[in-house]
Design a protein around this ligand. Structure first.
Ligand code: NCD
Length: 311
Protein backbone atom coordinates (compact mmCIF):
# COMPACT_ATOMS: atom_id res chain seq x y z
CA UNK A 1 0.00 0.00 0.00
CA UNK A 2 1.05 3.56 -0.53
CA UNK A 3 2.05 5.46 2.58
CA UNK A 4 -0.58 6.00 5.27
CA UNK A 5 -1.62 9.63 4.99
CA UNK A 6 -4.72 9.94 7.19
CA UNK A 7 -4.00 12.38 9.99
CA UNK A 8 -7.27 11.83 11.86
CA UNK A 9 -9.45 8.75 12.34
CA UNK A 10 -12.93 10.19 12.63
CA UNK A 11 -14.93 7.37 11.10
CA UNK A 12 -14.94 4.20 9.03
CA UNK A 13 -16.87 6.16 6.42
CA UNK A 14 -13.64 8.00 5.47
CA UNK A 15 -11.42 4.91 5.19
CA UNK A 16 -10.92 2.99 1.96
CA UNK A 17 -10.98 -0.79 1.74
CA UNK A 18 -7.23 -0.68 1.15
CA UNK A 19 -6.72 1.34 4.34
CA UNK A 20 -8.89 -1.06 6.32
CA UNK A 21 -6.78 -3.95 5.03
CA UNK A 22 -3.63 -2.11 6.10
CA UNK A 23 -5.01 -1.77 9.65
CA UNK A 24 -5.88 -5.48 9.77
CA UNK A 25 -2.48 -6.68 8.65
CA UNK A 26 -0.73 -4.44 11.16
CA UNK A 27 -3.13 -5.59 13.90
CA UNK A 28 -1.99 -9.13 13.21
CA UNK A 29 1.64 -8.19 13.93
CA UNK A 30 0.72 -6.23 17.05
CA UNK A 31 -1.22 -9.14 18.52
CA UNK A 32 2.02 -11.03 18.77
CA UNK A 33 3.63 -8.29 20.91
CA UNK A 34 1.01 -8.70 23.62
CA UNK A 35 1.97 -12.37 23.93
CA UNK A 36 5.63 -11.60 24.60
CA UNK A 37 7.25 -11.51 28.01
CA UNK A 38 8.13 -7.84 27.45
CA UNK A 39 5.00 -6.38 25.93
CA UNK A 40 6.49 -3.18 24.62
CA UNK A 41 8.04 -1.76 21.45
CA UNK A 42 9.65 1.67 21.03
CA UNK A 43 7.54 2.67 18.01
CA UNK A 44 6.01 5.82 19.52
CA UNK A 45 8.76 6.74 21.99
CA UNK A 46 8.74 10.47 22.66
CA UNK A 47 5.16 10.94 21.44
CA UNK A 48 2.48 12.34 23.73
CA UNK A 49 -1.03 10.94 23.63
CA UNK A 50 -3.98 12.43 25.50
CA UNK A 51 -6.99 10.26 26.27
CA UNK A 52 -9.86 12.74 26.40
CA UNK A 53 -13.04 11.05 27.58
CA UNK A 54 -16.06 13.27 28.06
CA UNK A 55 -18.26 10.21 28.51
CA UNK A 56 -17.93 7.04 30.57
CA UNK A 57 -15.93 4.16 29.24
CA UNK A 58 -14.00 1.22 30.61
CA UNK A 59 -12.78 -1.03 27.85
CA UNK A 60 -12.22 1.58 25.14
CA UNK A 61 -10.31 3.93 27.45
CA UNK A 62 -8.22 1.20 29.04
CA UNK A 63 -7.37 -0.45 25.75
CA UNK A 64 -6.34 2.86 24.17
CA UNK A 65 -4.18 3.61 27.21
CA UNK A 66 -2.56 0.19 27.14
CA UNK A 67 -2.09 0.38 23.38
CA UNK A 68 -0.28 3.71 23.74
CA UNK A 69 1.90 2.36 26.56
CA UNK A 70 2.83 -0.78 24.64
CA UNK A 71 4.06 1.50 21.87
CA UNK A 72 6.12 3.46 24.46
CA UNK A 73 4.20 6.73 24.10
CA UNK A 74 3.58 9.02 27.08
CA UNK A 75 -0.13 8.93 27.91
CA UNK A 76 -2.19 11.37 29.89
CA UNK A 77 -5.76 10.53 30.86
CA UNK A 78 -8.36 13.21 31.06
CA UNK A 79 -11.83 12.55 32.34
CA UNK A 80 -14.52 15.19 32.27
CA UNK A 81 -15.71 14.57 35.81
CA UNK A 82 -12.36 15.46 37.34
CA UNK A 83 -11.48 18.34 35.01
CA UNK A 84 -12.11 22.07 34.69
CA UNK A 85 -15.19 21.29 32.60
CA UNK A 86 -16.96 20.95 35.92
CA UNK A 87 -15.80 24.54 36.60
CA UNK A 88 -17.46 25.74 33.40
CA UNK A 89 -14.57 25.60 30.94
CA UNK A 90 -15.72 24.85 27.37
CA UNK A 91 -14.43 21.88 25.43
CA UNK A 92 -12.76 24.15 22.88
CA UNK A 93 -10.95 26.06 25.63
CA UNK A 94 -9.90 22.74 27.13
CA UNK A 95 -8.52 21.70 23.75
CA UNK A 96 -6.68 24.99 23.27
CA UNK A 97 -5.22 24.64 26.73
CA UNK A 98 -4.07 21.08 26.08
CA UNK A 99 -2.58 22.30 22.81
CA UNK A 100 -0.02 24.28 24.79
CA UNK A 101 1.55 20.96 25.76
CA UNK A 102 1.95 19.95 22.08
CA UNK A 103 0.31 16.52 22.16
CA UNK A 104 0.73 14.32 19.09
CA UNK A 105 -2.53 12.40 19.32
CA UNK A 106 -5.81 13.14 21.08
CA UNK A 107 -8.20 10.23 21.55
CA UNK A 108 -11.68 11.62 22.10
CA UNK A 109 -14.97 10.24 23.32
CA UNK A 110 -17.88 12.62 23.49
CA UNK A 111 -21.66 12.47 23.59
CA UNK A 112 -22.30 14.88 20.70
CA UNK A 113 -22.45 13.38 17.22
CA UNK A 114 -20.05 14.37 14.46
CA UNK A 115 -18.36 17.27 16.27
CA UNK A 116 -14.79 16.03 15.96
CA UNK A 117 -14.18 17.55 12.55
CA UNK A 118 -14.68 20.94 14.20
CA UNK A 119 -12.21 20.12 16.97
CA UNK A 120 -9.47 19.34 14.44
CA UNK A 121 -9.30 23.12 13.82
CA UNK A 122 -8.18 23.76 17.38
CA UNK A 123 -5.26 21.39 17.59
CA UNK A 124 -2.22 20.32 15.59
CA UNK A 125 -2.62 16.83 17.05
CA UNK A 126 -4.24 13.90 15.27
CA UNK A 127 -7.72 13.19 16.59
CA UNK A 128 -8.92 9.63 16.97
CA UNK A 129 -12.62 9.08 17.50
CA UNK A 130 -13.30 6.77 20.46
CA UNK A 131 -17.08 7.18 20.04
CA UNK A 132 -18.94 10.39 19.19
CA UNK A 133 -22.60 10.39 20.15
CA UNK A 134 -24.63 8.33 17.71
CA UNK A 135 -22.24 8.90 14.85
CA UNK A 136 -19.26 6.55 14.72
CA UNK A 137 -17.03 4.34 16.84
CA UNK A 138 -14.41 3.39 14.27
CA UNK A 139 -12.05 1.34 16.41
CA UNK A 140 -14.96 -0.79 17.66
CA UNK A 141 -15.94 -1.63 14.08
CA UNK A 142 -12.30 -2.32 13.22
CA UNK A 143 -12.02 -4.81 16.05
CA UNK A 144 -15.35 -6.42 15.13
CA UNK A 145 -14.27 -6.77 11.53
CA UNK A 146 -10.81 -7.99 12.46
CA UNK A 147 -12.36 -10.65 14.73
CA UNK A 148 -14.78 -11.66 11.96
CA UNK A 149 -11.94 -11.95 9.49
CA UNK A 150 -9.83 -13.95 11.92
CA UNK A 151 -12.66 -16.43 12.49
CA UNK A 152 -14.13 -16.58 8.97
CA UNK A 153 -10.95 -16.10 6.95
CA UNK A 154 -12.60 -13.32 4.91
CA UNK A 155 -14.83 -10.28 5.14
CA UNK A 156 -16.48 -10.57 1.75
CA UNK A 157 -19.91 -12.03 1.03
CA UNK A 158 -20.94 -12.47 4.64
CA UNK A 159 -24.43 -11.98 5.96
CA UNK A 160 -24.18 -9.68 8.95
CA UNK A 161 -27.17 -9.02 11.20
CA UNK A 162 -27.06 -6.20 13.76
CA UNK A 163 -29.71 -6.50 16.46
CA UNK A 164 -30.91 -3.97 19.02
CA UNK A 165 -30.63 -0.29 19.66
CA UNK A 166 -29.67 0.82 16.15
CA UNK A 167 -31.08 4.30 16.74
CA UNK A 168 -28.52 5.23 19.39
CA UNK A 169 -25.66 3.13 18.10
CA UNK A 170 -22.42 4.51 16.73
CA UNK A 171 -21.17 0.91 16.67
CA UNK A 172 -23.92 -0.07 14.21
CA UNK A 173 -23.12 2.81 11.86
CA UNK A 174 -19.38 2.15 11.83
CA UNK A 175 -19.91 -1.57 11.23
CA UNK A 176 -22.36 -0.87 8.41
CA UNK A 177 -19.85 1.39 6.64
CA UNK A 178 -17.12 -1.21 7.18
CA UNK A 179 -18.86 -4.43 6.16
CA UNK A 180 -20.48 -2.75 3.15
CA UNK A 181 -17.02 -1.81 1.87
CA UNK A 182 -16.28 -5.54 1.63
CA UNK A 183 -19.60 -6.20 -0.14
CA UNK A 184 -21.04 -8.11 2.78
CA UNK A 185 -24.75 -7.65 3.34
CA UNK A 186 -25.99 -6.02 6.52
CA UNK A 187 -29.46 -6.40 8.02
CA UNK A 188 -30.48 -4.28 10.97
CA UNK A 189 -33.07 -5.83 13.22
CA UNK A 190 -34.97 -3.98 15.95
CA UNK A 191 -38.37 -2.65 16.89
CA UNK A 192 -39.33 0.07 14.33
CA UNK A 193 -38.88 2.75 17.01
CA UNK A 194 -35.19 1.85 17.36
CA UNK A 195 -34.36 2.15 13.65
CA UNK A 196 -33.58 5.68 12.43
CA UNK A 197 -35.73 7.16 9.70
CA UNK A 198 -34.28 6.68 6.22
CA UNK A 199 -31.73 4.12 7.38
CA UNK A 200 -32.28 2.00 4.24
CA UNK A 201 -30.25 4.67 2.41
CA UNK A 202 -27.20 3.27 4.18
CA UNK A 203 -27.47 0.18 2.00
CA UNK A 204 -28.88 -2.12 4.69
CA UNK A 205 -31.92 -4.38 4.87
CA UNK A 206 -34.34 -3.66 7.66
CA UNK A 207 -36.10 -6.37 9.60
CA UNK A 208 -38.44 -6.15 12.58
CA UNK A 209 -38.50 -9.86 13.34
CA UNK A 210 -35.33 -11.56 14.56
CA UNK A 211 -36.79 -15.01 13.97
CA UNK A 212 -36.94 -14.31 10.23
CA UNK A 213 -33.20 -13.71 9.85
CA UNK A 214 -31.49 -15.52 12.69
CA UNK A 215 -30.94 -18.75 10.75
CA UNK A 216 -29.33 -16.94 7.80
CA UNK A 217 -26.69 -14.92 9.64
CA UNK A 218 -22.96 -15.58 9.39
CA UNK A 219 -22.37 -12.92 12.05
CA UNK A 220 -24.83 -11.47 14.54
CA UNK A 221 -23.85 -8.38 16.49
CA UNK A 222 -26.06 -7.74 19.49
CA UNK A 223 -26.11 -4.16 20.72
CA UNK A 224 -26.71 -2.92 24.21
CA UNK A 225 -29.97 -1.14 24.88
CA UNK A 226 -28.52 2.31 25.62
CA UNK A 227 -30.84 3.42 28.34
CA UNK A 228 -28.64 6.42 29.16
CA UNK A 229 -29.32 7.86 25.68
CA UNK A 230 -33.02 7.09 25.53
CA UNK A 231 -34.94 10.17 26.39
CA UNK A 232 -38.23 8.48 25.51
CA UNK A 233 -39.80 5.05 25.78
CA UNK A 234 -38.98 3.09 22.62
CA UNK A 235 -40.70 -0.18 23.42
CA UNK A 236 -43.53 -1.16 25.77
CA UNK A 237 -41.35 -2.90 28.32
CA UNK A 238 -38.12 -4.80 28.66
CA UNK A 239 -39.88 -8.16 28.93
CA UNK A 240 -41.45 -7.68 25.53
CA UNK A 241 -38.13 -6.60 24.02
CA UNK A 242 -36.43 -9.69 25.45
CA UNK A 243 -39.18 -11.92 24.10
CA UNK A 244 -38.71 -10.61 20.57
CA UNK A 245 -35.06 -9.59 20.23
CA UNK A 246 -32.98 -11.39 22.84
CA UNK A 247 -30.78 -14.38 22.07
CA UNK A 248 -32.52 -17.05 24.11
CA UNK A 249 -31.47 -20.72 24.19
CA UNK A 250 -34.42 -21.56 21.88
CA UNK A 251 -33.31 -18.95 19.35
CA UNK A 252 -29.69 -20.02 19.64
CA UNK A 253 -30.79 -23.44 18.32
CA UNK A 254 -31.66 -21.78 15.02
CA UNK A 255 -28.23 -20.19 14.49
CA UNK A 256 -26.00 -21.57 11.76
CA UNK A 257 -23.40 -23.84 13.34
CA UNK A 258 -20.57 -21.48 12.50
CA UNK A 259 -22.44 -18.22 13.15
CA UNK A 260 -20.38 -15.71 15.16
CA UNK A 261 -22.29 -14.05 17.98
CA UNK A 262 -20.61 -10.76 18.87
CA UNK A 263 -21.28 -7.87 21.23
CA UNK A 264 -19.26 -4.66 21.73
CA UNK A 265 -19.82 -4.80 25.49
CA UNK A 266 -20.83 -4.07 28.11
CA UNK A 267 -23.39 -6.90 27.80
CA UNK A 268 -26.63 -6.68 29.71
CA UNK A 269 -26.99 -10.44 30.25
CA UNK A 270 -30.60 -11.59 30.02
CA UNK A 271 -31.50 -8.57 27.90
CA UNK A 272 -29.45 -8.88 24.72
CA UNK A 273 -28.25 -12.42 25.38
CA UNK A 274 -29.56 -14.97 27.87
CA UNK A 275 -27.15 -15.56 30.76
CA UNK A 276 -27.60 -19.30 30.30
CA UNK A 277 -25.61 -18.88 27.06
CA UNK A 278 -22.81 -16.98 28.77
CA UNK A 279 -20.35 -19.84 28.90
CA UNK A 280 -20.77 -20.44 25.20
CA UNK A 281 -20.93 -16.83 24.00
CA UNK A 282 -18.58 -14.96 26.33
CA UNK A 283 -15.26 -16.30 24.93
CA UNK A 284 -15.77 -14.66 21.52
CA UNK A 285 -16.87 -11.39 23.15
CA UNK A 286 -13.67 -11.46 25.21
CA UNK A 287 -11.67 -12.20 22.07
CA UNK A 288 -13.17 -9.05 20.57
CA UNK A 289 -11.81 -7.11 23.56
CA UNK A 290 -8.39 -8.72 23.15
CA UNK A 291 -8.34 -7.81 19.47
CA UNK A 292 -9.42 -4.29 20.40
CA UNK A 293 -6.07 -3.67 22.04
CA UNK A 294 -4.10 -4.76 18.97
CA UNK A 295 -6.36 -2.80 16.59
CA UNK A 296 -5.84 0.34 18.68
CA UNK A 297 -2.07 -0.21 18.66
CA UNK A 298 -2.27 -0.42 14.86
CA UNK A 299 -4.28 2.79 14.59
CA UNK A 300 -2.01 4.72 16.97
CA UNK A 301 1.03 3.45 15.11
CA UNK A 302 -0.28 4.41 11.67
CA UNK A 303 -1.39 7.86 12.75
CA UNK A 304 1.61 8.45 15.03
CA UNK A 305 4.30 7.55 12.51
CA UNK A 306 2.84 9.12 9.38
CA UNK A 307 4.92 11.81 7.81
CA UNK A 308 4.39 15.11 9.54
CA UNK A 309 2.11 17.19 7.41
CA UNK A 310 3.02 20.81 7.05
CA UNK A 311 -0.37 22.49 7.33
C1 NCD B 1 -19.99 0.87 22.93
C2 NCD B 1 -20.00 2.37 22.96
O1 NCD B 1 -19.57 3.00 23.93
O2 NCD B 1 -20.46 2.92 21.98
N1 NCD B 1 -19.18 0.24 23.90
C3 NCD B 1 -17.85 0.22 23.86
O3 NCD B 1 -17.20 0.97 23.16
N2 NCD B 1 -17.26 -0.69 24.63
C4 NCD B 1 -21.33 0.32 22.96
C5 NCD B 1 -22.16 0.55 24.18
O4 NCD B 1 -21.86 1.36 25.03
O5 NCD B 1 -23.20 -0.12 24.26
Amino acid sequence: MKEWDKKHILGIKDLSKEELEAVFSLTHSFKEISQREVKKVPALRGKTIVNLFFENSTRTRISFELAAKRLSADVVNFSSTSSSLTKGETIIDTLKNLESYHPDIMIMRINSSACLELFTRYTQASIINAGDGRNEHPTQALLDMYTAREMKGKLEALKVVIVGDILHSRVARSNIFGFRKFSSSVTVCAPPTLIPYGFENMGVDICYDLDKVIDKADIIIFLRIQRERQEAVFFPNLREYVERFSLTPQRAEKLKKDCLVMHPGPVNWDIEISSSLKEKMHPLILKQAENGLAVRMAILYLVGTRKRQID
